[in-house]
Design a protein around this ligand. Structure first.
Ligand code: FAD
Length: 327
């Protein structure tokens, strides 16, 4: 690992200014992704700016929602009473991620910024447009079992690995960001990007910006929710396919629905059309199967991940059935 300087930021202004002044500097929060990337030579900052002393850790209610600080640990969020009461889908998604030890280190901001787990991104001996733009995508013709079936491009077929972000996009969260130009609010759906011609950019954060938190507006999805994660091991594994499902049921009728998938695209994948198709329908396997069919429109698999074309709609149906109390 390349030698680096360690700096502890005393306040937000100092953190942002340290990052803006030095093109090679990076923030560190829990370090569970950044240190791995540094050890493998994928990123080599000459300075790491520890942001753990910044006052952006609280989980609190505001009129109309809850605000979660960027430094709140994944375990603190999933165990928080407000979160469990108002957004059980988020708590479930967090608990499906990584392992207990990692969740005790990983922060909300770091989870949003974590890089893909595509093996070719991690293998510095092989081409990867995300790691080194212009070199090519080894996954296109390689072992692409974990890769995208939606929104991919000729330059990159990697997926975003987060579980938490799948729930946050379903819950219409907003990312709170601050930088030398001031504060910004970014709708969660616009936070992460599709690869297009610039797969090196995972998200729409600008250089020098700090995530300070996430806001989730109050909603009625407090009961009939389920986060289903299908993976190779029961713990400590990234999703092959995951589904965040939330229903607002009145009797046997669906009043409102939220659906998003993980493990299928370069960003958490919200399923607006499938949601619309559920509204006003009966709570039934038939309605769920119809929504799943709509959700899969435009999906395209590769040599080793075509199984996801079947797994994903089945996972949507299963998640909806569990959310509805039918499973
Ligand atoms: C073995 C293993 C298994 C895992 N399994 C899962 C899983 O199943 N599901 C899942 O969702 N995740 C999983 N993870 C990923 C884990 O959740 C992330 O590594 C973690 O959330 C990153 O948070 P962190 O605070 O440690 O970030 P760090 O490693 O400290 O930082 C990561 C990146 O975020 C940037 N950053 C951090 N905070 C901010 C901020 N406030 N503003 C701007 N930039 C910031 C850093 O500069 C860095 O680029 C796994 C990780 C490991 C190692």
């Amino acid at each position: 690992m390349k030698q680096f300087q360690y700096v502890r930021a005393a306040n937000q202004k100092a953190a942002i200014s340290a990052l803006t002044k030095n093109a090679s500097a990076q923030f560190i929060a829990g370090g569970t992704n950044l240190i791995d990337l540094m050890k493998r030579g994928i990123t080599s900052p000459d300075t790491i700016i520890d942001i753990n002393n910044l006052p952006i850790k609280a989980i609190e209610a505001y009129a109309g929602g809850i605000r979660i600080g960027a430094l709140a640990l994944n375990s603190e969020v999933s165990e928080n009473k407000l979160v469990i009461q108002k957004h059980p889908l988020l708590a479930q998604a967090l608990n499906a991620g990584a392992s207990a030890q990692l969740r005790n280190m990983a922060t909300v901001g770091g989870n949003m910024m974590q890089r893909t787990r595509c093996p070719y991104f991690y293998d510095t001996a092989l081409p990867c447009n995300k790691r080194q733009p212009g070199t090519g995508c080894s996954a296109l013709e390689g072992f692409n079992r974990m890769h995208a079936i939606f929104g991919h491009s000729d330059t990159c077929i990697a997926v975003h690995p987060s579980d938490m972000c799948v729930a946050l996009v379903a819950l219409d969260a907003t990312a709170l960001v601050t930088g030398h130009k001031g504060n910004r609010r970014i709708a969660f759906a616009d936070f992460h990007r599709l690869p297009g011609d610039t797969p090196q950019k995972d998200n729409n954060i600008e250089r020098g910006e700090l995530i300070t938190g996430v806001e989730i507006p109050d909603n009625s999805f407090t009961k009939n929710v389920h986060y289903l994660k299908i993976r190779d091991r029961a713990s400590y594994a990234f999703a092959l396919v995951s589904v965040a499902a939330a229903l607002n049921q009145e009797g046997n009728t669906i009043k409102d629905a939220r659906l998003a998938m993980g493990g299928v695209a370069h960003k958490p994948w919200r399923l607006h059309e499938a949601e619309k198709a559920l509204i006003g329908k009966k709570v039934s396997e038939e309605s769920f199967r119809n929504a799943a069919e709509i959700a899969m429109k435009g999906a395209k698999g590769f040599k080793y991940n075509s199984f996801k074309l079947k797994m994903a709609p089945n996972a949507i149906v299963e998640a909806l059935k569990t959310a509805a109390g039918m499973a």
